[in-house]
Design a protein around this ligand. Structure first.
Ligand SMILES: Nc1nc2c(ncn2[C@@H]2O[C@H](COP(=O)(O)OP(=O)(O)OP(=O)(O)O)[C@@H](O)[C@H]2O)c(=O)[nH]1
Ligand SMILES: [Mg+2]
Length: 211
């Protein structure tokens, strides 16, 4: 069994002070509400209900930590962030989360990189660009999973990837101190792009797939 397949739920966090204090490296999964963050974590870990995926947008409302074990130790954390852009969320609640998310993304030493989940039918939106603006100046890398690509035909896939890559390349060129921005097609339901995403997770966490 791979290490990701052994991932377990660790803790739910609602306030910055409650973030785990140990130095375990972590990867955050961010994206619009309903984009497919929880589903991506589940499929990367080959588990059905590790992170709670749902048809109801705004489902993940806390920061959920999952831990990757190796022997008796924890060697990495995957972090499921609350989705943004869900219109029905109360203003005050939204402000709380924006503050929490931006602080977390900008200040967290343990964070090695961000996986940004983007619905392939929407492409990059201004809310995603906000996330990139918060996070990229940290100099840490961002990998975009352009997900639900099972819903697109060949030419639609090519179109969305070209638009996304052109935009990322431009950002990388204009801001040399930013971390590298990369993107790939992904589908949780059809398990497309799994290997590429998995190897990136291992690489960022600095661990081997098997013991
Ligand atoms: N067709 C298709 N549907 C997907 C895919 N990934 C997720 N979904 C569906 O999209 C819906 C939302 O998925 P979630 O994984 O819960 O999305 P989320 O980003 O965690 O949503 P929040 O927690 O609300 O922010 C669910 O109905 C999933 O089954 C995919 O690759 N293909
Ligand atoms: Mg979720």
């Amino acid at each position: 069994m791979s290490k990701l397949q052994q991932t377990k739920f660790f803790v739910t966090v609602n306030h910055l002070v409650d973030l785990p204090k140990d130095p375990t490296p972590e990867i955050a999964f961010a994206g619009r509400s309903n984009a497919g963050k929880s589903s991506a974590i589940n499929v990367l870990c080959s588990q059905k209900r590790l992170a709670f995926a749902s048809k109801t947008p705004g489902r993940t409302q806390h920061i959920n930590f999952f831990c990757i074990p190796e022997k008796e130790q924890i060697v990495g954390h995957l972090v499921d962030l609350p989705g943004y852009g869900y219109a029905k969320v109360d203003r005050a609640v939204q402000a709380h989360w924006e503050g929490l998310l931006s602080q977390y993304l900008q200040k967290r030493d343990q964070l090695k990189g961000m996986v940004l989940i983007v619905d392939s039918r929407r492409g990059l939106t201004d809310l995603d660009r906000n996330m990139l603006n918060w996070f990229c100046p940290t100099g840490k890398p961002v990998h975009l999973l352009i997900t639900k690509c099972d819903k697109l035909n060949l030419s639609e896939k090519a179109l969305v990837m070209k638009a996304v890559r052109d935009e990322l390349n431009l950002i990388n060129k204009e801001h040399l101190h930013f971390g590298l921005l990369t993107a790939q097609l992904f589908s949780s339901t059809k398990r497309i792009g799994l290997e590429e995403a998995e190897s990136l997770v291992y690489q960022w966490l600095g661990i081997q797939e098997k013991e």
